[in-house]
Design a protein around this ligand. Sequence first.
Ligand code: AHR
Length: 491
Amino acid sequence: MKKAAVSISFRNEISEIDKRIYGSFIEHLGRAVYGGIYQPGNASADEDGFRKDVIELVKKLNVPIVRYPGGNFVSGYNWEDGVGPKEERPVRLDLAWFTTETNEVGMQEFAKWLEKAGSEMMMAVNLGTRGPDEARALLEYANFPGGTYWSDLRKAHGKEKPYNIRTWCLGNEMDGPWQMGHKTAYEYARTATETAKLLKWIDPSVELVACGSSNFKMPTFGEWEHTVLREAYEHIDYISMHEYYSNGADDTPSFLAENIGMDRFIKAVVAICDMVKAEKKTDKTINISFDEWNVWYHSKDHDEALEHWGRAPHRLEDVYNFEDALLVGGLLITLLKNSDRVKIACLAQLVNVIAPIMTDDEKAWAQTIFYPFYHCSTYGRGTALRVDVICDTYDSRKYKNVPLLDAVAVRNEEKRELAVFVLNRSLDDDVETSLDFSENVKPVEHIYMSGFGLKDVNTASEEKVVPASKELKEGPVKFDKASWNVLRYKF
Ligand code: AHR
């Protein structure tokens, strides 16, 4: 058994947490929409064709914002195809995923689904095959009260009141050669700036996210952010980050340290934002929308063999194991540790496609990664606190000096509750940890996920990897080897 010491001061504040840090993402991809959230005729479908079993799980996750409709899909999407009478909607080829899109679901239906799921939309506009004109039409349709062509069309489609969508993404991964309408940094910077101007002229209350790099390894990383921020700084509010993690090399010690990589990536983007802030001698701060993050690798071989032009094929259906859940817990700790600058984050995605929720025709169930997200979304609202941890470290192939324990705390003044989220990365050792608090706290509960095989998964027939809970006592706490933990206190 190893020993560690954790110290938590209520004054060691990182930031008030923006609830949108617990956002997620639904793309027209695979079975996310069709067969995921929407499946008329399914035993669980409601009068609008939405699966109630899925809504129930989404509500449990308490996701405050969902990015839509892509992803790569949005870069070839005509939003007009997804509004108005369903029977008049065109069937089109989707060149992002080489599938056939029926457009039975569009923003009209998705907005209705979000109402039922208790969430709001983060709308992405197409800056790939389209541009500022189509984006401004969409905003006028969505947010303008009435008396104009697009707002009256919305009314004619049965939606009298505006949708009032607050958060908008200016395209998706425009730095990626795989993207329809891929652009150089300068081309994108100009298009994003001109689009942003039109959107804010129509509705000054919207918040805009410009595309950053698709991942930290992009050859254009850094120069891309710098160029986009230099051009668009005055007109945008956030820059996006995307990253997916993989244990394809079956190197679990490195894999469980990947949130250190996420931290470096965030710090690098923050540094560029602040460099441009300094160059511009402005008081305005650009924050981060980490609007795609997750583990993604299990389904890649399967997906490469898929035939083209299918409808809602099984695609990107990663079946997550226990070590994935551990890393997702670590990634959430990192997002919370950076909550002074990461204001929006979207677990990509929500249903069936690299998702915490899976469905078949009979049921919906929670994958392993559902649980750390559920724990943070449930107990991680309030003010994030830095946690001082003294513990042993290890060297992995990819990362050196990796602390066995990673932790962050969240204080909720309203509920008078404190939650401490702890990942034990050690594959060999339990860690007995003393905890020291600046205020009087009363232990309540220790929720934990441990004791599973690293490759254990949940399936439709067996949900094996689920959390357990025990009474939390005064004194040291044992964090099992390879474990995800939530310590709950009252104060
Ligand atoms: O989430 C899956 C895909 O990953 C998205 O469509 C794209 O933005 C990213 O490359």
